[in-house]
Design a protein. Structure first.
Length: 135
C-alpha cells in the first residue's frame, strides 16, 4: 500500500447550501461571523470508500490563512458503497470575508489512500443586516 493519495473518479463533494448567521446583539469588527455549510459527498465510483477525515483551508481577506484538519467528518467515518451519498452540515467562523476549500481523505476498498476535493466557496459578510441570510 502506497502512502500517496489519489483522487477516485466519480467520488465528489458538492456545496448544497451556505447560510450566514450572526447574533444581531453583538457588535464590532472583532466578533466572529458564522457560516453554516451543507455538503454532500457522492460516491459514483465503482469502489466502496471510507472517509476518515478532512482538511479545510480558509484564506482570509486579511491575507491570513487558517488550516483546520482532523479525524472524521462531524464525528463520523462514513463508508460509502457505489451509488451512496453522505450529507452533513457544519460551520466555519471568521472575522472577515474569506474563501474556504479543502479535501476529505480516506481509503478505497483495496486500502489505497484517496481524497476528494471540496470545491472552493466564498464566505462574504453582509454589510449590515440583523440576523441571517442564505447564499
Amino acid at each position: 500500500m502506497s502512502d500517496e493519495s489519489k483522487t477516485l473518479p466519480g467520488l465528489r463533494a458538492s456545496l448544497d447550501k451556505l447560510v450566514y448567521f450572526h447574533d444581531a446583539q453583538k457588535r464590532g469588527s472583532e466578533m466572529e461571523h458564522v457560516f453554516i455549510y451543507f455538503i454532500t459527498i457522492s460516491n459514483l465510483s465503482d469502489q466502496r470508500v471510507t472517509l476518515l477525515g478532512r482538511r479545510w483551508v480558509l484564506n482570509e481577506a486579511t491575507g491570513h490563512r487558517k488550516v483546520i484538519e482532523g479525524d472524521g467528518i462531524v464525528g463520523k467515518e462514513p463508508t460509502l458503497s457505489p451509488g451512496e451519498v453522505f450529507s452533513y452540515n457544519s460551520y466555519h467562523m471568521t472575522h472577515c470575508n474569506c474563501t474556504a476549500q479543502g479535501a476529505f481523505h480516506g481509503l478505497d476498498e483495496s486500502g489505497a489512500h484517496i481524497h476528494v476535493p471540496i470545491p472552493a466557496f466564498e464566505m462574504h459578510i453582509p454589510e449590515a443586516d440583523g440576523g441571517h441570510s442564505t447564499t
